[in-house]
Write a protein that binds this ligand. Sequence first.
Ligand SMILES: *Cc1c(COP(=O)(O)O)cnc(C)c1O
Length: 417
Amino acid sequence: MTTKKDISTRILHADRLGGVEHGAVLKPLHIATAYGYATAAELTAVFQGEKSGHVYGRQGNPTTQALEAKLTMMEDGIGTVCFATGMAAICSTMMALLRKGDHVVASRFLFGNTASWFNTLTQLGCDVTLVDATDAANVEAALRPETRLVFVETIANPRTQIADLKAIGDICKAKNIVYIVDSTMTTPDLFQPKSVNATLVVHSLSKAICGHGNALGGSITDTGLFDWSTYPHILPAYKKGAPATWGLLQIRKKGLRDMGATLSSEHGHRIAAGMETLHLRMEQACSNANALAKFLEAQPLVSRVHHASLASHAQHDRAAALFRNFGPLLSFETVDGVDPFDVLDALQIVIKSSHLGDNRTLAIPVARTIFWEMGAEQRKSMDIADSLIRVSVGIEAQADLIADFSQAFSRVAAAHQ
Ligand SMILES: *Cc1c(COP(=O)(O)O)cnc(C)c1O
């Protein structure tokens, strides 16, 4: 391609770049467990990485490989490994890269299961320091000689704090530390972590990238910016070819082949179909979220609204500078005396459910569900109020969505009179 086309155009045509099967306009679904070759020499060459190809489905198949190629394209990276879920991607990658005695610095504002995983990592002999990553100075102050990686999310779920992404990237670059950015909330449609010097980009493919709520998946993309020859734990077997590729090779071999949390090709196929409309869906969902945040801020029964589109958000300017839009996730708190359950139960279109990045608008009372297990103290440190309601805004018609919240507040207000 001479001129670089828009990413939405490139994604729609990407499957045919790697060879067309039977004229198919998209990558077919491959379900074979094993891949055979005409000669023993050919099979051996594939096993030893001398020739590209598949050997056994645990390490990938042509369908997930096509999805990996598209994710690499969207992140402007050098390679991607897909996993069964976002959590599998996060934990397998860290298991592949870390050893006992290593230190990790992570944001204090994390997806709940990622926070729980860091507790497990501590039990395995790694030290984890959680900091307020909205200020890069806190990250810098926590670094030690044995710090191997820094982990942050772009927009934290559910309170929407935005990490000091650029300044943290500059510090990691200066100190040569692996910088992992979970960009699930932003997706490649709003933000490319490579622009802030990320080493590895994490996505839960189960969320907005798929969008339809019908598949689970996760991915790790290497941006190509890190020189893995300087990383102390790359095994000799994976020091092949350009050092930029060593890290991802170890993640595929140790994190995927040995640990086995493989993305099923059927889920990969559905995720790829969803991904084709990512830009269209994000346009509608972000526009709905911006309008709903503004509407909620004007409601007398609402005390605080958290969404980076609002001037009242502590990192509004940062979000506006880094992201194309502010994302489909928002949260809000009800005023004292108003039970968030009453508001939720009065909604008619909005579904009371966990999950996010779905085409349908979903809402959940955070403190008593997804952030229940961690306890009151950790909730307080993450600034999660008891009345916090998280809303993952979908792609419904905007007027219908606002009308649903409007009738819900009217009913709750009437009950309080
Ligand atoms: C959902 C989510 C994950 C985990 O993804 P799964 O596919 O559900 O395992 C990780 N990080 C963030 C920010 C998420 O929202």
